[in-house]
Each structure stands twice: as structure tokens, then as C-alpha cells.
Design a protein around this ligand. Structure first.
Ligand code: FES
Length: 76
């Protein structure tokens, strides 16, 4: 908890994901997305880089309005 609190104090958007590396970069092959993929933008997901709904608690606690980006196949 102290780490998350300190991260917020200095303005970091990422409180806990892979803090042992300099930059969090993820690659997702488009071929591996079957119907759609919801990608986290709140940095609170425990299933990073995918959204697990944690943005709801974050938004409620902070008054923020974050949500995922949904990548999907275009419907014909
Ligand atoms: Fe982060 Fe949904 S859990 S956007």
C-alpha cells in the first residue's frame, strides 16, 4: 500500500505493474484476438494488459472516469 500511495504522490499513473522495469510495453498479435480484446488504461488490472473491471473501483474511489480501449474486428 505504501508503494501505491507514494506513486500517487509523485504523479505516477502506474502504481504497481512491473515496477522492476523501466518501461512497460506489451505486444498483442492481432491474429490472437478472436472477437475482441479490452485493454486496461487505468493501470489497476490484475490481468494486465487486459481490463479486468478494476477501473470501476478506481473510478468510484477517485472520481476518475477511466475505462478500457476495446479492440475488435470490424463487423461486415
Ligand atoms: Fe483498467 Fe478496466 S481494469 S481499464
Amino acid at each position: 500500500y505504501q508503494t501505491i500511495k507514494k506513486a500517487r504522490e509523485v504523479g505516477q499513473v502506474n502504481p504497481s505493474i512491473r515496477k522492476d522495469i523501466n518501461k512497460v510495453v506489451d505486444f498483442i498479435d492481432i491474429e490472437d484476438i478472436t472477437e475482441k480484446a479490452s485493454l486496461c488504461r487505468c493501470w489497476r488490472s490484475k490481468n494486465w494488459p487486459y481490463c479486468d473491471g478494476a477501473h470501476g473501483a478506481h473510478n468510484k474511489a477517485t472520481g476518475d472516469n477511466t475505462g478500457p480501449v476495446v479492440v475488435r474486428h470490424k463487423e461486415n
